[in-house]
Design a protein around this ligand. Structure first.
Ligand SMILES: Cc1cc2nc3c(=O)[nH]c(=O)nc-3n(C[C@H](O)[C@H](O)[C@H](O)COP(=O)(O)OP(=O)(O)OC[C@H]3O[C@@H](n4cnc5c(N)ncnc54)[C@H](O)[C@@H]3O)c2cc1C
Length: 460
């Protein structure tokens, strides 16, 4: 049996050189740490189900990371970084075996100075938000997996989420202020990236550096009330969401629109959904509830849920955001295993007309779910429509229909970085990979624009 490019004896010697850094080789643990939420996609499920790493190392400090990086570079060992493994595209799945680097112990949180926080890459987003809130601040945005995901995984694999209605996506200048990144070289370096340079590593799936520390800008903390509004008509709900997004006097953190029949099928939604209703799920500042109620009434909606986070947790209700973003897909998968999803963008002009036209054209096959976000100062909607999956060919046709009608699709059914997002190689990311990972060992197989790996080193 071969691990990385080493035989078993050499692999054991390689691991022995880790000294007191915790290493796990138990097959059940290694299997568990080799997976993420790729199974959302029937296509990725088939491709990635059997992929496994060979061992899991859990560094406790940046010095441990440097030591592991040097060993991997010297022995030609593939290395896949892992946060909490909640990514959706198999980003954290090792395609070529090797070492899994579990970042969970690099979990320092703070200090918070003037609305800026510095954290270890393995820190849980929930813990970071809690510490920030105790100082009067909060994370500008978090994915709906905030209760489990790490900040390093969000920065390396995520894109935005709850809060993007105010601050845009994570790649927007100003939210990620700085990153410390360890290279995979025989003499690894620590590179500090700041400003626009952070996007060389943000959303690169850990293919071009190991992030050890992150500096984020925070927002002033607010008391967010969880609300649900019902509309008999999806278009009217979507128009309400657009108006709410543009209502500058109403403070909000989340605006989600889910078309009937999805809300009625979400089992753990903490309120009853009127028959055939489309539902808006929102987080509104307590100070803005009164004007929010007026806006709902003016648009002919019905306020059907309105609780503070403490009331929700006292009632053991699932937080409202766990029915939004990619949790909407998860909630539907719990009741219908034939569902999958797409990630789409709609143009600013005529976007809602296009949404409605696609719902009509693909009725019975797609079920619309929109997230409203800020993009370059404007409120736009992004789609995470649920799709009834039949075949890979039909899914490709549906993607083609979205694109032909004018909706850009970031395909979530591929683990290749460029194929999932912009559909072109990000030259800055691949140039950074050339410098930071000259042997092509970091999460190999995920970046199409990666330089070809150099011949690996061998033991002995
Ligand atoms: C139900 C559900 C809802 C979701 N909602 C959202 C959402 O609202 N918004 C969103 O953006 N995403 C969302 N996601 C995707 C995912 O949860 C987030 O992107 C999350 O932040 C990933 O964090 P993680 O710690 O689980 O990362 P992982 O899945 O462990 O890793 C993600 C990627 O980052 C790399 N990586 C991890 N840590 C590091 C590091 N320190 N240095 C370098 N590379 C690293 C990994 O190699 C991998 O490529 C959702 C997923 C699910 C299953």
């Amino acid at each position: 049996m071969i691990q990385g490019n080493l035989d078993v004896g050499a692999f054991d010697a390689f691991l022995a050189a880790f000294g007191d850094i915790p290493v796990e080789t138990a097959p059940n643990i290694v299997k568990q740490k080799s997976r993420d939420f790729f199974w959302y996609s029937p296509i990725l499920k088939q491709q990635l189900e059997e992929c496994r790493g060979d061992a899991v190392a859990t560094p406790r400090t940046e010095a441990d990371v440097l030591r592991i990086a040097a060993l991997c570079a010297r022995h030609g060992m593939p290395l896949t970084v892992r946060g909490a493994g909640t990514g959706n595209y198999g980003q954290a799945v090792p395609l070529q075996g090797g070492l899994i680097l579990d970042m969970i112990a690099l979990d320092t949180v703070g200090p918070v100075i003037d609305g800026i926080i510095r954290v270890g890459a393995g820190a849980k987003l929930r813990d970071i938000d809690d510490v920030a809130r105790s100082r009067g601040w909060e994370l500008r945005m978090f994915p709906s997996t905030v209760r489990t995901a790490t900040i390093g995984g969000f920065v390396a694999g995520g894109s935005g989420g709850v809060g993007s209605i105010n601050f845009g996506m994570l790649s927007q200048r100003g939210t990620i202020l700085g990153l410390r990144v360890v290279t995979l070289e025989t003499e690894p370096r620590v590179i500090e990236l700041r400003g626009d340079a952070v996007n060389q590593v943000h959303h690169a799936y850990g293919t071009n550096g190991i992030i050890t520390e992150i500096e984020m800008t925070l927002a002033p903390a607010q008391n967010w009330i969880e609300v649900g509004v019902a509309f008999g008509n999806f278009r009217r709900l979507a128009e309400f969401c657009q108006t709410l997004g543009e209502a500058d006097g109403i403070a909000k953190k989340l605006i989600t629109a889910v078309a009937a029949p999805i809300p009625g099928r979400m089992r753990t939604l903490p309120f009853a959904v009127p028959p055939d209703a489309s539902v808006g799920l929102m987080m509104i500042a307590g100070t803005s509830l009164e004007p929010f109620r007026d806006l709902v009434a003016a648009h002919g909606g019905e306020l059907i849920y309105c609780v503070s986070p403490s009331e929700a947790s006292a009632a053991r209700a699932t937080p409202i955001y766990e029915f939004t973003w990619n949790h909407t897909t998860l909630q539907m998968l719990k009741v219908d295993r034939d569902m999958t999803y797409l990630q789409t963008a709609f143009p600013e002009a005529g976007g809602l007309d296009l949404v409605v036209a696609l719902c009509r054209e693909l009725a019975g096959e797609i079920f619309m779910h929109l997230e409203f976000v800020r993009a370059n100062g404007r409120v736009v909607c992004r789609g995470l429509p649920l799709v009834r999956y039949t075949t890979a060919e039909r899914l490709a046709e549906i993607i083609g229909i979205f694109e032909a009608r004018g909706s850009a699709v970031a395909n979530p059914h591929t683990f290749i970085l460029e194929d999932g997002g912009t559909k072109q190689t990000d030259l800055k990311q691949s140039a950074f990979k050339r410098a930071a990972d000259p042997f092509g060992l970091l999460n190999p197989g995920k970046m199409r624009g990666a330089p070809p790996p150099l011949p690996p080193y061998r033991v002995g």
